[in-house]
Ligand binder design. Structure first.
Ligand code: CP
Length: 316
C-alpha cells in the first residue's frame, strides 16, 4: 500500500470530460489505497460538506455520505423538499447561502443538464464552495463512471483494447455518456446496443452499434443501463413499452449470460429493473459486478472528495 507521489488538484469535480489519463490512474490508485485500508491523515481544519439531491438517489447519496464520514468531514444535512428552494430560492442562491455559512463542499444531483455551468460562470461571484456533480440530467455522472472504471481495472488491470458494450437507454443515460468519454480516452473499444431509437448520432464517434446477440460472445464487459421511464417522453413507443419484450430483445437473459466469455463481467449502475435489463437471478451471479460496483463507489468518492479538497487548498 503506497501513498501517492503526486496529487490531483481539482477546484470542482463536475465532469469527466477534462480528465486526462494520468489523473484517472491517479484516482484509481488513490481509491485502491483507501479500499486496501489506507487512511487519510487529518486535514488541517474541519471541512464542512452538504449533499444536495434534487433527484432521488440511494447509492450515490449514501455512498458520498459514507466517503465523507470515512474522510472525517463534517456532513451537514440538506433536504431539498424542506429547504427554501420550495420558496423559489435558486440553486445559485442556495449555494451562496451555504458558502456564507461555512460549507466548503457541495455534492449536487440535479435534473437539469449542465446545472453547474451557470453557477461556475456567474460574473462577480462571491461563491467559495467546491462542487462535486452527483449526476446532472442526462449529462454527466462522474462518480459512477469512475467507480465503474475502478471495477473494470480491478478485473483486468488495464483498459487497452477491452471490448465494452454499453446497452440500453443510451439517449437518457449520463452513465453512458461519462463512461464512453473516459473509456475511449483510455483505449477501450466501445460498442453500443439496445433499442435503435435510443442510439442517437452523438454516440457514433465513440463506438459501433451492433445487435446484442452479436456482441455477447466477444465482449469483456457488458454494461447494462437502467430504462429511465421518468425521462421518457409520451411517444407511442414509450406508451407501448413492454418489459417482457425489452428483456427478450435487449436484456441479459440466462441464455445470453451462458454465451458470454468465461472472463467477461456484467455491470449495472443501479437501480436495476429486475427482469428487464437483466434476469433477476443474474443480479448476484458469479460474473455480475453489481455489488462490487457499489462497494467501490465509497472508495472512489473518497478519492474524488480528496482531489477537490486538495484543489481548493483547504485540507493542508
Ligand atoms: N447509480 C446511481 O446513480 O444510483 P442512485 O440513483 O441510487 O444514486
Amino acid at each position: 500500500m503506497t501513498q501517492l507521489m503526486s496529487q490531483i488538484l481539482l477546484p470542482h469535480f463536475v465532469t469527466v470530460e477534462d480528465l486526462n489519463s494520468k489523473q484517472v490512474y491517479n484516482l484509481l490508485e488513490r481509491a485502491a489505497y483507501f479500499k486496501n485500508g489506507g487512511r487519510k491523515e487529518n486535514f488541517k481544519r474541519q471541512i464542512n460538506v452538504a449533499n444536495l439531491f434534487f433527484e432521488n438517489s440511494t447509492r450515490t447519496k449514501l455512498s458520498f455520505t459514507m466517503a465523507e464520514k470515512k474522510l472525517g468531514l463534517n456532513v451537514f444535512p440538506f433536504a431539498a423538499e424542506t429547504s427554501s428552494v420550495q420558496k423559489g430560492e435558486s440553486l445559485y442562491d442556495t449555494l451562496l447561502t451555504m458558502s456564507a455559512i461555512g460549507i466548503d463542499l457541495a455534492v449536487i444531483r440535479h435534473p437539469q443538464n449542465n446545472y453547474y455551468q451557470h453557477i461556475l460562470e456567474q460574473p462577480g461571484s462571491k461563491l467559495n464552495i467546491g462542487l462535486l456533480n452527483a449526476g446532472d440530467g442526462s449529462g454527466q455522472h462522474p462518480s459512477q463512471c469512475l467507480l465503474d472504471l475502478m471495477t473494470i481495472h480491478e478485473e483486468f488491470g488495464h483498459f487497452n483494447k477491452l471490448k465494452i458494450a454499453i446497452v440500453g437507454d443510451l439517449k437518457n443515460s449520463r452513465v453512458a455518456r461519462s463512461n464512453m468519454q473516459l473509456l475511449k480516452k483510455l483505449g477501450a473499444d466501445i460498442y453500443f446496443s439496445g433499442p435503435s431509437e435510443w442510439f442517437t448520432s452523438e454516440f457514433n464517434e465513440y463506438g459501433q452499434y451492433l445487435p446484442l446477440d452479436e456482441l455477447i460472445p466477444k465482449i469483456d464487459v457488458l454494461m447494462l443501463l437502467r430504462v429511465q421511464h421518468e425521462r421518457h417522453e409520451e411517444t407511442e413507443a414509450e406508451k407501448n413499452f413492454s418489459e417482457i419484450k425489452y428483456h427478450q430483445q435487449f436484456g441479459l437473459t440466462v441464455a445470453r449470460y451462458q454465451k458470454m466469455k468465461s472472463s467477461a463481467i456484467v455491470m449495472h449502475p443501479g437501480p436495476i429493473n429486475r427482469g428487464v435489463e437483466m434476469a433477476s437471478e443474474l443480479v448476484e451471479a458469479p460474473r455480475s459486478r453489481f455489488v462490487r460496483q457499489m462497494t467501490n463507489g465509497v472508495y472512489m468518492r473518497m478519492a474524488m472528495l480528496e482531489a477537490v479538497i486538495n484543489g481548493r487548498h483547504i485540507g493542508g
